[in-house]
Design a protein around this ligand. Structure first.
Ligand code: NAD
Length: 430
């Protein structure tokens, strides 16, 4: 079962898993489409109207079925019904609000991010406990949970000695946005569910993902979403769009911020390996999932060089860093568990950059009219970011009625919101 199957990673993963195992249930509420539209963005590659359409196109091509369920994981009744009905062996949970900048826009955005992510994750844990306690939960976290400590980042746990006593503790997590904090809560909640109920789980601390192509994308109907705006895009994908839009690669601050990266293909291969080689019964396993470490200037240089080979002009343009983050720091990450299970990354950053640039050029008509959203619009420190968010109505209604005060979101209201979401998702094709 893949939760968040309409997303950037979820859709290619659903295709790969359906090809490999033949049985996939794909779940989503299309909220990413809506929230990207909220900041004026759009997927730079065209994507199918909804999961049903995407799954039909996939079946036509590969003669394998992806079963689609549309619904909102914030709703505990929906999640319970889902797990009760399908009793999945593996639940791959990708369904979250995953933009750090979006979580920083206003208090409502922070509240939406944390409630969406934490509530959905808790609903899954409780539904597993009740209806499929021996399933394997593959929960997608992020390397960003750790922040940038001045210590080597172990894979989940570390031995410490303090005032003469020793213990094994979870690696401290000092994430740098309300989004990252929601993922930290999730990790603690999964680890706790493991302690009290023995839930078998793999918590994946994933690096930043780049790239847009996987094997199954053999025709246009099977493409995945590709975000290139400053709120939803990841750094390499954004540089490639900046190259084509006006040749100015925006370097935040000193550009020496260092992170772990991996390609979309490698992310999917790693998740496939972790599905095939699950955590042991009763185990809470943490893996650091990345290929290589780069700083942001190094990556801009790569995009510039490859862009120039392809005939584009590029220059670096330093801009104020909209985030609050260490500009220069120590960064060392242990990542041994995945290689020990057989994961061997393709180290194909140059090839992927070439593919992204070629596709962005090919589909420039889809996104170029939106190129203004490439410029940063959300600033962590000043916090005055309302202009970044265009259509707050849905978010306002949801957060105001749902999670302020102590009353819970009513079932009827939830169903209405879900119906509105799926209509909006279908009508704008995004
Ligand atoms: N893309 C990256 O670089 C990256 C890096 C590290 C970790 N991650 C994590 O990987 C996961 C997937 O990321 P992605 O880039 O594919 O994001 P995405 O936004 O493209 O996909 C997430 C999907 O989940 C769905 N979703 C969100 N809330 C939902 C809810 N309440 N009910 C049902 N569906 C819901 C969205 O509609 C979307 O289709 C996320 O958990 C993200 O935090 C991503």
């Amino acid at each position: 079962m893949i939760l968040g199957a309409d997303g950037y990673i979820g859709w290619p993963l659903s295709m790969k898993m359906a090809n490999q195992y033949g049985e996939v249930v794909a779940v989503d509420n299309y909220v990413t489409r809506k929230l990207v539209a909220d900041v004026g963005g759009i997927s730079a590659m065209p994507i199918g109207k909804d999961l049903k359409k995407r799954s039909e196109s996939f079946e036509k091509e590969f003669h394998k079925k992806i079963e689609v369920v549309e619904g909102d994981l914030r709703n505990p009744n929906f999640v319970e019904a889902l797990i009760r009905k399908y009793k999945p062996e593996t639940i791959i949970h990708l369904a979250q609000q995953r933009s750090a900048p979006y979580s920083q826009v206003t208090a409502q955005h922070a509240l939406y991010t944390e409630t969406n992510n934490v509530a959905s994750n808790l609903n899954i844990l409780f539904a597993m406990k009740k209806h499929k306690p021996n399933a394997h939960l593959l929960k997608m976290g992020t390397m960003g949970e750790y922040g940038t400590p001045n210590l080597r980042i172990e894979e989940g746990f570390m031995e410490v000695e303090y005032m003469g006593r020793r213990d094994k503790i979870m690696v401290p997590r000092m994430g740098g946005s309300w989004y990252h904090l929601s993922k930290i809560f999730d990790s603690y909640n999964v680890a706790y569910a493991n302690r009290i109920w023995g839930i078998r789980a793999t918590d994946v601390m994933q690096g930043v993902v780049y790239g847009n192509r996987t094997e199954e994308m053999v025709n246009e109907d099977l493409l995945t979403r590709l975000d290139i705006d400053s709120v939803w895009g990841t750094v390499i994908n954004k540089y490639c769009a900046q190259l084509i839009a006006n040749g100015k690669l925006l370097i935040y601050g000193k550009g020496l911020m260092t992170r772990g990266f991996l390609s979309l293909q490698d992310s999917i291969n790693a998740l496939t390996i972790l599905t095939e080689k699950p955590a042991a019964e009763g185990e809470y396993r943490v893996v650091n999932q990345l290929d290589k470490i780069y700083n942001t200037v190094e990556l801009a240089e790569k995009v510039k060089k490859i862009g120039e080979e392809l005939g584009f002009k590029a220059e670096m343009e330093p801009v104020e860093d909209p985030r609050v983050e260490a500009q220069q720091h120590f960064y060392e990450i242990v990542h041994e568990k995945l290689p020990a299970l057989g994961f061997s990354p393709k180290h194909n950053v140059d090839g992927q950059i070439r593919d992204i640039i070629n596709d962005l050029d090919k589909y420039r008509k889809v996104w170029i009219r939106k190129k203004a959203v490439i410029a940063p619009s959300v600033y962590w420190k000043s916090g005055d970011n309302r202009s970044a968010s265009k259509k707050l109505k849905w978010l306002e209604r949801y957060t105001a009625k749902g999670y302020t005060g102590d009353h819970a979101l009513g079932e009827k209201e939830e169903q209405t919101i879900m119906a509105q979401e799926s209509t909006a998702g279908r009508s704008d094709g995004q």
